[in-house]
Design a protein around this ligand. Structure first.
Ligand SMILES: O=C(O)CCC(=O)C(=O)O
Ligand SMILES: [Fe+2]
Length: 304
């Protein structure tokens, strides 16, 4: 039910592959993707860097704890994010980093938390370089996929390009310990949610656990080895395409094995209007993302 697509064939606009892409984005909202510039070895290197970080003693991770900041850069401890108000806070821990505004970028003077500076730990050695290198490469792959999607859904292939000149792109490492023995019905690695932005390019270490909700309401497992990616779509792309592209709910309950996943949330620039073209309303991408972060990260929660 979840299709496997080949990015080289999509980049060549191979008609059959493009048709399968249109089906995947419009009917399912999930697909798997291989043959990108990010090889299995490349992904295993960045997975190892995150693993080295997550296995540091807690006091080291506390040195880059996002809870002390007004943004989501650095380490997020277990149970500090609640993506589903009907579930308990997630038992995963995370490390988030975002887009670094170039000097002189007009957004720099606006004090927007979605462009907050990154927080980097002093060690493991090489962590920052590994993660920043992957960030840049993952953005390039995500842009190729978005161009193919624009073309497959009847738009000019560059339809989305300018919106991503200053992306609020967020790269996350998710660390899921084995499902704790205290975990009950309302406890998840990450509870059911839709992603907030446009496109998510997800790498995993190959351990299963991700489940996506199909149109008939059933949950299906989606597993991807390093070098193969899971792609899904967020709320902004659903608004922007007036529902043509689906933001599909997904979750990780967690199982007997620990697991690492690395989503690149490819979000457009703050001032992008993601309302459907021609609609009377305007939806600011930046305001939507800021609101969703404040609803889900407990340290940013206005009510909490
Ligand atoms: O770990 C996964 O497979 C999914 C993670 C996820 O959905 C997220 O971080 O938004
Ligand atoms: Fe997600």
């Amino acid at each position: 039910m979840i299709d496997d697509l080949d990015l080289a064939r999509l980049n060549a606009r191979h008609p059959e592959e493009m048709q399968r892409l249109a089906h995947a984005v419009e009917e399912i909202g999930f697909l798997k993707l291989s043959n990108t510039a990010l090889t299995g070895d490349r992904v295993r290197r960045v997975l190892a860097a995150y693993r080295d970080f997550f296995t540091l003693p807690e006091e080291d991770k506390r040195g880059v704890d996002m809870a002390r900041t007004g943004s989501n850069r650095g380490w997020g401890a277990p149970q500090t994010e609640q993506v589903d108000p009907d579930a308990n806070p997630d038992f995963k821990e995370v490390f988030d980093c975002g887009y670094e505004l170039p000097d002189g970028n007009p957004y720099a003077t606006r004090g927007l938390s979605v462009y907050a500076p990154n927080l980097w730990p002093g060690h493991p050695a090489g962590f920052r370089a590994e993660v920043q290198g992957y960030y840049t490469e993952a953005c390039a792959v995500a842009m190729q996929v978005l161009r193919a999607i624009a073309a497959a859904t009847g738009r000019d292939e560059h339809y989305f390009d300018t919106a991503f000149e200053t992306p609020m792109a967020l790269l996350r490492g998710n660390y899921y310990p084995a499902r704790p023995d205290w975990a009950g019905d309302k406890d998840f690695g990450i509870a059911a949610h839709t992603d907030y932005g446009c496109l998510t390019l997800l790498a995993t270490d190959g351990v299963g656990g991700l489940e996506a909700q199909m149109p008939d309401g059933t949950w299906v497992g989606v597993r991807a080895d390093p070098g193969t990616f899971v792609i899904n779509f967020g709320e902004m792309l659903e608004f922007w395409t007036d529902g043509q592209i689906k933001a599909t709910p997904h979750r990780v309950r967690g199982g007997p094995e620990e697991r690492i996943s690395i989503p690149m949330f490819f979000n457009p620039g703050y001032d992008t209007n993601v309302a459907p073209p021609g609609s009377a309303q305007a939806i600011s991408a930046g305001m939507h993302l800021t609101r969703r972060y404040s609803e889900t990260y407990l340290h940013l929660n206005a009510a909490g």
